[in-house]
Each structure stands twice: as C-alpha cells, then as structure tokens.
Ligand binder design. Structure first.
Ligand code: SAM
Ligand code: SF4
Ligand code: SF4
Length: 345
C-alpha cells in the first residue's frame, strides 16, 4: 500500500557518482506543441503523421503530484513545468494548484507564450511563482520562420506583458541563438528588454535529440555574443545566485538590469548539474542528452508503494554519471538522443 509523502519526514539526499545532489526536477507535461521551431521540432519530422503520445500514456496530474512528493524527499526544491508546450495541456492550472500546496517548492514554467495572455492570471492564482518565455527574435519575418507556424511576435509580447501584470515575475526570456539564422537579432533583443525588469538569456544552440541538424558551425559561443552586446551596451559579469546556476549572469554597467548566457556547448556546466527530467509518459532522464530513460509509470500503475518508487529514484540518481557537455564531439552529436520536446528543456 502506498504511504503518504508526509511519512518521508527526513530527506534522503543521495549523491551521484560525481558527488552531485538532486535539486531540480523538470517535468514535461506533454510532448505536443503548437510551434515547430526549426531547432526543436522540425516539420519534416514532426509532420501530420507524427505519432504523439496518447492521452492514456501521459502521467495524470495525480501521478505527477505523487512523484513530486517522492522527489522532494530526495532533495528536489525546484520544479519547472515544461514540454512540448505545457500550456497546451488542458487545465494545467490544476496541476500547478496541487504542486503549490507546498509553499517551499520553487515552482516555475517555461512556455512559448502563445497561450499566455489567456492563461497568466489562472496560473498565478493557482500558485505559480515565475515564468520563462522563449522568444528568438523581435523581427517578424525571422520569428515566424523560426517558429515555422507563422506565429506573430506581438502575441508573445502580449503574453509577457500579461504575465508581468499578474505578477509572474521576474520573467526570464530565453533566446536560442543560431548562427546565420537569428544571431543578428541579439542586440535588438537586448535593447528591447534592457530596463524592463525581465532577464534576457541567450542560449547556445544545442545538439539535443537527433533531428535538428545540429552542427558546431551553427553555435555562436556566448563569449562572442557577450562582446557583441558589450560594444553597444557595456556589460560586466556578476555573481551567480547559487551554485549550479545554469546561466552565467552579466549586468549592464548603467544599472539597467541583467542578462544571462547559457553556454552548454562552449562552457559545460556538468560539474554542478543537479537536474533531472521526467518525461510526459513518466520516464526519468538524468541528462538532457540522454539516450535512455527509466520508466516510473509502470511502477506507479502496478501499485508500487511510495517507498518502492523512492528506492528506485534513489538508485537512478546514485548510479548517475552524466557529463555529456564535457565530452561532446561531432560523433556524440549524431547519437540517437532523446528529443527535447519529449523531455522538456
Ligand atoms: N515549448 C516551451 C518553450 O519553447 O518555451 C517549453 C519547452 S522547450 C523544449 C524549452 C526550451 O528549450 C526553450 O526555451 C527552447 O528554446 C529550448 N530549446 C529547444 N531546442 C533547443 C536547442 N536545440 N538548443 C537550445 N535550446 C533549445
Ligand atoms: Fe515547441 Fe518549445 Fe520546441 Fe519551440 S522550443 S517547438 S515552442 S517545444
Ligand atoms: Fe547536466 Fe547533462 Fe547538461 Fe551536463 S550535459 S549539464 S549532465 S544535463
């Protein structure tokens, strides 16, 4: 019989084989998305015939909530809801409400913001703390080509505005930078969000999955981008908020805010990686670049107790040795890795 998560009164922190503890859990609530960003879900692969997960294959909100209770026992303090596009999952605010029952949990969500204007108030009222919005350019033609469904910039900006208005802030804005595609839009993005209170973060284009045609030549190293920004708006590095922070923080010298660089390719941060990922169908992936996951859904659905599931999670983490970004080569980039839209960013 399942025991209640409150029975896990003392946390059982487990270190992996590199001495890292588990702190962050990213939960994909759907593998579906209404965008077809060329670097994530290229249309040639995710076309009309693509078989997405059936509803019955997805973890229910109760199942997710139960697993989060067990993950917290192992040290998880921060949960990020992601996807696919998390806001296309119906009544997502119900899940937020369940998870927000624990006020000590840092609860955030990453979205393409296409549905954010309608959903922001519901999410805030349900107890969501903050939000991260993906936006790759302010240039209309460039953005529409990158999302590949002709989605306009204005609607994303309206979503950001509404999220800010209802208090889902500070808002982080993620821009994936791909050389020759949108790197020329970086300074404009900096100009737009400078002084807004939102934190723009530039993400190096990564070799996640195996369908996005990644090549090293497409990556703009953060160092190069920082120099480009600095020429127009002088910036300087600043202290991380906490050990293991993914984004390197920089601030504008004129005091008008900060920006971040996520340099998974050119400056690996595996050493402090405390993240794990739960796919929409309930498999755990201990690295963004994993080729295999561990199924928890069958355990959940076969009547395993919280203690049994907890032991399995502890074992997965204890035996973890991931450091993909430290050992990336042109060859590893071709491996059949799990897709980002499946496990979330
Ligand atoms: N659909 C939501 C969104 O786009 O915000 C959440 C899921 S998306 C997979 C999470 C993040 O991964 C987004 O910020 C997206 O830009 C980023 N991402 C997707 N593919 C990427 C890639 N190949 N390299 C770097 N970042 C990527
Ligand atoms: Fe969808 Fe997000 Fe992937 Fe774009 S990055 S295709 S919005 S899941
Ligand atoms: Fe963590 Fe894997 Fe990324 Fe390294 S490559 S930081 S281990 S998710």
């Amino acid at each position: 019989m399942a025991i209640l998560s409150s029975d896990f009164s003392s946390p059982a922190m487990v270190a992996d084989t590199r001495g890292r503890h588990l702190r962050d859990l990213r939960i994909s609530v759907t593998d579906r998305c209404n965008f077809r960003c060329t670097y994530c879900m290229p249309k040639e692969v995710y076309g009309r015939d693509f078989q997405f997960l059936e509803r019955s294959q997805l973890l229910s909100f109760d199942e997710i909530n139960r697993l989060v209770g067990i993950f917290k026992h192992h040290g998880v303090e921060k949960v990020r809801i992601t996807g696919g596009e998390p806001l296309v999952r119906r009544q997502l605010e119900r899940l937020i409400e369940m998870l927000a029952q624990d006020p000590s949990l840092d609860l955030t969500l990453t979205t393409n913001a296409s549905l954010l204007k309608q959903k922001a108030r519901l999410l805030k009222d349900a107890g969501l703390n903050r939000i991260t919005v993906s936006l790759d350019s302010l240039d209309e033609a460039m953005f529409r080509a990158m999302n590949d469904v002709d989605f306009p910039v204005a609607k994303v900006l309206a979503g950001i505005e509404e999220a800010d208005r209802v208090g889902l802030n500070p808002i982080k804005i993620n821009m994936v930078v791909k050389r020759g595609v949108n790197d020329c839009a970086a300074v404009d993005m900096a100009r737009h969000f400078k002084g807004s209170g939102h934190i723009l973060r530039f993400i190096e284009f990564m070799d996640v999955g195996h369908t996005n045609g990644w090549q090293m030549e497409h990556v703009v190293p953060s160092r190069e981008l920082a120099k480009r920004i600095d020429k127009v708006f002088p910036i300087e590095p600043t202290q991380p908020n906490y050990i293991g922070e993914v984004a390197e923080r920089w601030r504008y010298k004129d005091g008008s805010g900060e920006i971040g660089f996520i340099s998974s390719v050119t400056q690996a941060f595996c050493r402090d990686c405390t993240r794990t990922r739960l796919s929409a169908e309930g498999s755990v992936y201990t690295c963004l670049f994993a080729t295999r996951g561990s199924d928890l859904r069958s355990l959940l659905r076969s009547g395993a107790s919280d203690e049994q599931i907890s032991d399995v999670i502890a074992n997965i983490w204890r035996t973890r040795s991931d450091n993909y970004s430290e050992v990336r080569t042109a060859e590893t980039a071709k491996l059949r890795k799990v897709e980002m839209s499946y496990i979330g960013g």
